[in-house]
Design a protein around this ligand. Structure first.
Ligand code: NAP
Ligand code: ZN
Ligand code: ZN
Length: 347
């Protein structure tokens, strides 16, 4: 076993603190890499607080992981020691179901293995995430990372990046479309970058008027302060798509009113509290309400390669791991520009 240093929450009531645990030895098809940076996703906070469902504790969060390969198993073909690699939200899946066969491991019909707060495919061994110094993952779930980009700023692509890239690709959002991005946080700022790169006219729907300048710098064409009734009313019926990245309860019916006829609202934000939907909000104008979860392995690699080619990374604020609790407090207030990334050398 490999003794690993990390930060864990021992229960939903406790703050993250240093914790040592064991990872498996490097198997024939495994890659072990030293973690250099790990992004801080709002899902980390939801999960350590048991917002969604009772979690597996102690919990080591982190699913935006990048680093350098330290060891490979005898049969590993894709990677060698020294390569830059990453791991996102998944470390394994059944590989045999219809969805896995199509590269949609995020929707594995037999239950995939999430990077943390999950179980390995033996359905017994808990998984521990990237707020740690090293990780061992089957090569099929390890992604290749270009050395052309700022490595720390690549980390958030592994969740915030793919979660926004995947639905924009699936719904073919691009030239001639008006896209609104609800919530300008970690996911939202990546959605703006991809929306702009794909050629859409992008509007940010935000509760934070002070983010307008940033939104424009990120490439957004328009900015609507959702708390301003007049601005909200003026935007009614204007968008082909809304990508909703909001992390807390909000009135989805109101946002549906912003869609054009045949418009689609895609939820990726995952508030813990459900929101009631009125059928009338989608009947009038033949509107669709949809959802999307992260992305499969082939598409995640496609997204990373696209970002390397188009020089797209996340806007980050680097933190020491000891400051993780205050980073969470700031994230809850929407005060992140636009993703915290932990410098794992501070562990
Ligand atoms: P984040 O950085 O905290 O951003 C969320 C943004 O939502 C905030 O910056 C804020 O933007 C807006 N917001 C917060 N509270 C709001 C409220 N009450 N009403 C309206 N807007 C509000 O979080 P994130 O890391 O981007 O994650 C966003 C959500 O996506 C989380 O729920 C997370 O768990 C989920 N997620 C889902 C997937 C998936 O696969 N579907 C993957 C990753 C994350 P403004 O200041 O601009 O209003
Ligand atoms: Zn995430
Ligand atoms: Zn499967």
């Amino acid at each position: 076993m490999i003794t690993t240093k990390g930060y864990a929450a021992q229960s939903p009531e406790t703050e993250l603190a240093p914790w040592s645990f064991e990872r498996r030895d490097v198997g024939e098809h495994d890659v072990q890499f030293d973690i250099m940076y790990c992004g801080v996703c709002h899902s980390d906070l939801h999960q350590i607080k048991n917002d969604w469902f009772p979690g597996i504790f102690p919990m080591v969060p982190g699913h935006e992981i990048v680093g350098k390969v330290a060891a490979v198993g005898a049969h590993v073909k894709k990677y060698k020691v020294g390569d830059l690699v990453g791991v996102g939200c998944l470390v394994d899946s059944c590989r045999t179901c219809e969805n896995c066969q199509e590269g949609l491991e995020q929707y594995c019909l037999n239950g995939n293995s999430q990077t943390y707060n999950g179980l390995e495919q033996d359905k017994k061994t808990p998984t521990y995430g990237g707020y740690s110094n090293t990780i061992v993952v089957h090569e099929d779930f390890v992604l290749s990372i270009s050395d052309k980009l700022h490595l720390a700023a690549v980390a958030p692509l592994l969740c915030a990046g793919i979660t926004t890239y995947s639905p924009l690709k699936y719904w073919k959002v691009g030239k001639g479309h008006k896209l609104a991005v609800a919530g300008l946080g970690g996911l939202g700022h990546m959605a703006v970058k991809f929306g702009v790169a794909f050629g859409a006219e992008v509007t940010v729907l935000s509760t934070s008027p002070e983010k307008e300048q940033d939104a424009k710098k990120l490439g957004a064409h328009k900015f609507v302060v959702t708390k301003d009734e007049q601005q909200f009313k003026a935007a009614m019926g204007s968008f082909d798509f809304i990508l909703d990245t909001v992390s807390a309860k909000h009135n989805i019916n109101d946002y549906l009113g912003l869609l054009k006829t045949n418009g689609v609202m895609i939820c990726v934000g995952a508030p813990s509290e459900p929101s009631p939907i009125s059928a009338f909000a989608i009947i009038g104008g033949r509107k669709s309400l949809a959802g999307s979860g992260i992305g499969g392995l082939p598409e995640t690699q496609e997204m990373l390669d696209y970002c390397a080619e188009h020089n797209i990374v996340s806007d980050i604020e680097m933190i020491d791991i000891k400051d993780i609790s205050s980073a969470y407090e700031r994230m809850l207030k929407g005060d992140v520009k636009y993703r915290f990334v932990i410098d794992m050398a501070t562990l």
